[in-house]
Design a protein around this ligand. Structure first.
Ligand code: PLP
Length: 438
């Protein structure tokens, strides 16, 4: 994986990167890690510190990712070299902030291959992106007796906003079941998709199971009936190349903090025609062309959906995160994480009394599991004492837990800095868990 410096890097960053690179090459002589992953890991300052006296092993990337120095530097630069508002300041710092802010919009547009930056709306995260669509497009197009179709493996963020809309409108939320492997059930989908369906909303990758849904096919079938599709891409964008035009999705939602960027910033992609026809989400400054007490004229898209002072620092940080991802290469990231998935799956399958939850043929780097007679929270706590961070709980996907008849699972999820050594350390940790409880 080539690790090239991004356009955000100052000469200072560059010399630090050189030092890190040298250190990585010394380290790789003693390590099984691929040299470039060791180098990438060194770009993340969090891994320099010990946790509970142990090297930090982070396996909770589906929840959020650690941040590379370039993203942290972009945030610091914005706050130290001149903090100014966007789209309204007539002075140098304001113009520079606006330029950098809008530059991120262009980067995101290129990164997901949107047709135009006008299709890229800045929001707080995937959750807000989905709420935006339900409260604007949904309110305008869904009425009594209409149906919204989601799948059984959705994150709560792609369930509750639709439930709220259905309640308000007297519409019905219909759920496409999953198979025992945790795969999208196409036969049932084709049966459920009908003249009453107003929208399909489905995860690209399940955060609880790792299932990669064939969203291209889901979209094609929906479009045959003129039904638009929202894809929840919170777990796909950080881990695989995404091309919204090739998918032909109508909306696509994702979060910056899961893709090595800051918290509080995310993206709603929407097809230009749809966004143009939609009413605004929130009212306030920056989303208006003119205001009188009688009438307000709204701004053009995407600004129509961005009321108030936006998360400028977060947006700029997200731009640095996109630079980081592109410098590594999404195909490389995907291949690396697929390798970890294969290694981790076969290692965990050999652990006595451990059961992996979710065995779809197409999976991303997420492995959920349970260990007989040990609560996932206890697994998490003991692993933490060994410097290993995993997720334990219902994973904001309680219907998935109900389906698999378990209140909770333990979950590991990979990022670009993870290695097979991390998985080996996890196995050692699990042996300690078993010693303690079994
Ligand atoms: C599949 C999926 N959708 C949506 C979300 C919500 O993301 P956020 O909390 O960043 O808005 C998550 C977060 O874990 C997720 O995994």
């Amino acid at each position: 994986m080539p690790h090239i410096m991004s356009s955000w890097d100052s000469p200072l960053d560059f010399s630090r990167a050189l030092i890190m690179k040298e250190a990585a090459s010394i380290d790789s002589a003693r390590s099984n890690m691929p040299k470039d992953v060791a180098g990438i890991r060194r770009d993340f300052p969090v891994f320099r510190d010990l946790v509970n006296g142990k090297p930090f092993i982070y396996l909770d990337n589906a929840a959020t990712t650690q941040k590379p120095q370039t993203v942290i530097d972009a945030l610091i630069r914005f706050y130290t070299q001149g903090c100014a508002s966007v789209h309204r300041s007539t002075y140098f710092m304001g113009e520079r902030a606006t330029e950098t802010f809008e530059d991120t919009r262009r980067k995101i547009c290129r990164f997901i291959n949107a047709a135009s930056p006008r299709e890229v709306v800045f929001v707080r995260g995937a959750t807000e992106a989905i709420n935006l669509v339900s409260q604007t497009y949904g309110r305008a197009h869904v009425g009594t007796g209409d149906e919204i179709l989601i799948s059984e493996m959705e994150h709560h963020s792609n369930i509750v906003p639709w439930q709220m809309l259905c309640e308000e409108k007297g519409a019905r939320l219909r759920v496409v079941p999953m198979t025992s492997a945790g795969e999208f059930a196409f036969d049932e989908y084709e049966t459920l998709l009908g003249p009453k369906t107003r929208l399909v909303a489905v995860a690209h990758v399940s955060n609880a199971l790792g299932t990669v849904n064939p969203v291209g096919k889901i979209i094609r079938l929906a479009h045959r009936q003129n039904v638009p599709v929202l894809v929840d891409g919170a777990q796909s964008v950080p881990h695989m190349p995404v091309d919204v035009q090739a998918l032909d999705c109508d909306f696509f939602a994702f979060s910056g903090h899961k893709m090595y960027g800051p918290t509080g910033i995310g993206i709603l992609y929407g097809k230009e025609k749809l966004l143009e026809a939609m009413p605004p989400y929130q009212g306030g400054g920056d989303m208006v062309r003119s205001v009188t007490f009688e009438k307000t004229m709204y701004s053009e898209i995407p600004h129509k959906f961005e009321a108030g002072t936006p998360n400028i620092a977060g947006t700029i940080g997200l731009g640095a995160a996109v630079d980081f991802l592109e410098s590594v290469g999404m195909a490389n990231i995907s291949a690396h994480e697929r390798g970890l998935l294969a290694y981790g799956t076969s290692a965990l399958e050999k652990v006595d009394r451990l059961h992996i939850i979710g065995s779809a043929k197409e999976k991303a780097g997420v492995i959920s599991f349970v260990l007989d007679s040990v609560h996932p929270h206890d697994i998490g706590t003991i692993l933490d004492s060994h410097g290993i961070a995993i997720r334990a709980g219902h994973l904001c996907a309680q219907p998935v837990m109900d389906f698999f008849k378990t209140p909770a699972t333990a979950r590991i999820s990979f990022g670009i800095y993870n290695t097979r050594e991390d998985i080996d350390a996890l196995l050692d940790g699990l042996a300690k868990v078993k010693e303690f409880f079994c």
